[in-house]
Design a protein around this ligand. Structure first.
Ligand code: UT7
Length: 332
C-alpha cells in the first residue's frame, strides 16, 4: 500500500500587526465586541512589498528546511489561495523563488477549505505513484479584498501563509481518511465576485471589464452553516475510520471564530485544551489558518510525532471538508 507522510511544516506572516483597538479608530467597533464575538485580538496586514507570493514562498521554504528537503527534489507545488498576485496563478512564481525547477506548480482555489482540499489532492498524486514529493501551501492576503469601512467583515480577516511538505511512503499513511463537500446553492452567503461592469467594444458587442468587488458575507448564515456542517462531517469521518473522539490528540479547525471552535469541540466532546486556536493573534487567514496553526503547535512542542489530528476546513463556495491525520514530521 502506498501512503503519505507529513514531513515538515512552515509558516510566514507579515510583520505589521493591526490590533482591535487600532481598528476601532477606523470603524465603529471595539476590542470588547471583537474579542467576545470572535476571539480575535489582532491580525497581520501585508506591508508594501510583501505579497502573496513572498509569504507563500517563505512558508514553503521553512517547510522544506524542516523536512530536510532540497527544493530541487519537489515534484509539485500546490498553492491553495483565493487571493493570488496574478489571476493566472501565483504558484509558478513561488516555484521560481524557491528554486524548485523540477516541480510543476499550480494554484487551487477553494477559499477557507483550500488547504484541506489541496492536501487531499496532493495525496492522490502521491498514492498513485505519480509523484514522490509535494509542497502544499495555504496562503491568503485578504487585506487586499476586505471593505475596510465594513465593520461586519473587516475585523475578521488577516494575512498569512502556512505550508506542509508531504511525501509518498510505502510503510504507513498519515491521511487516515477524508471527506469533502460543496454546495454552490448557498454560495451567495460569502463572495468575492466580479463587478458587473461592461465595456463596449463595437456597436452591439460588449465585454465584461475585469475587476472584483470586496468580500461580502452574511455572517449569521455562514455561522449557522459552520456550526451545523463541521461537526457533521467530522462525525462522518470518525465513523468512516472507526475512531472515537477520545482517541484524538488534537482538533485543528479552520480558524474563523472562537465560538465555532468551542461549539464544534463541545459537540465532539473534546476537552477545550485539545481544540487548537491562534485566532487571537492572526484572525481568519483563510487558506492559511490550518497550516499556520499546525506549524505553531508543532514548533512549540504541543503536537508531537505520532499525534492523531482531526482537521476541518470550511468557508466560501460554500465548501467544507475534514481529514484525519497522523503527524510524523520533526517536532521541536
Ligand atoms: O472562513 C469562514 C468565514 N466566515 C465566518 O466563519 C464567519 C461566521 N460568522 C461569524 O463569525 C459571526 O456571524 C460574526 C462574527 C461575523 C458576527 O457575529 P454575530 O454575533 O453573528 O453578530 P451579528 O451579525 O448578529 O451582529 C450583531 C450586532 C449588529 O448590531 P444590531 O443590528 O444588533 O444593532 C451588528 O451591526 O453587532 C453589530 N456589529 C458590530 N458591532 C461592533 C457587527 N459587526 C460589528 C463590529 N463591531 N465589528
Amino acid at each position: 500500500m502506498r501512503g503519505i507522510r507529513l514531513c515538515g511544516s512552515g509558516a510566514a506572516v507579515p510583520a505589521t500587526r493591526l490590533s482591535n483597538d487600532a481598528l476601532s479608530q477606523r470603524v465603529e467597533t471595539s476590542d470588547e465586541w471583537i474579542r467576545s464575538r470572535t476571539g480575535i485580538g489582532e491580525r497581520r496586514v501585508a506591508a508594501e512589498g510583501e505579497t502573496l507570493t513572498s509569504l507563500a514562498a517563505a512558508a514553503g521554504a521553512q517547510a522544506l528546511q524542516n523536512a530536510g528537503w532540497e527544493p530541487s527534489s519537489l515534484d509539485l507545488i500546490l498553492l491553495a489561495t483565493s487571493s493570488p498576485d496574478d489571476l493566472f496563478g501565483s504558484a509558478p512564481k513561488v516555484q521560481a523563488v524557491l528554486g524548485a525547477e523540477r516541480a510543476v506548480a499550480f494554484d487551487l482555489t477553494a477559499a477557507c477549505s483550500g488547504f484541506l482540499f489541496a492536501l487531499v489532492t496532493a495525496a492522490q498524486y502521491l498514492r498513485s505513484g505519480a509523484m514522490q514529493r509535494v509542497l502544499v501551501i495555504g496562503a491568503d492576503q485578504l487585506s487586499s479584498w476586505v471593505d475596510w469601512s465594513d465593520r461586519r467583515t473587516c475585523v475578521l480577516f488577516g494575512d498569512g501563509a502556512g505550508a506542509v511538505a508531504v511525501e509518498a511512503t510505502g510503510d504507513a499513511d498519515a491521511l487516515l481518511g477524508f471527506r469533502m463537500a460543496s454546495d454552490g446553492r448557498r454560495g451567495e452567503n460569502l463572495t468575492l465576485s466580479q463587478q458587473p461592469q461592461r465595456q463596449e467594444l463595437l456597436p452591439g458587442i460588449s465585454a465584461q471589464q475585469g475587476g472584483f468587488s470586496t468580500i461580502a458575507m452574511n455572517g449569521q448564515e455562514v455561522y449557522k452553516f459552520a456550526a451545523r456542517e463541521v461537526p457533521a462531517i467530522l462525525q462522518q469521518l470518525l465513523d468512516d475510520t472507526s475512531t472515537s473522539p477520545s482517541e484524538l490528540d488534537w482538533l485543528l479547525l479552520h480558524q474563523a471564530n472562537q465560538r465555532i471552535l468551542d461549539a464544534v469541540g463541545e459537540r465532539l466532546g473534546m476537552a477545550a485544551e485539545k481544540v487548537l486556536s491562534n485566532l487571537a493573534h492572526y484572525g481568519n487567514t483563510s487558506a492559511a489558518t490550518i497550516p499556520l496553526m499546525l506549524h505553531e503547535a508543532v514548533s512549540d512542542g504541543r503536537i508531537s510525532s505520532g499525534d492523531l489530528i482531526a482537521t476541518s476546513g470550511f468557508g466560501a463556495g460554500l465548501s467544507w471538508g475534514a481529514a484525519l491525520l497522523r503527524w510524523d514530521g520533526p517536532t521541536s
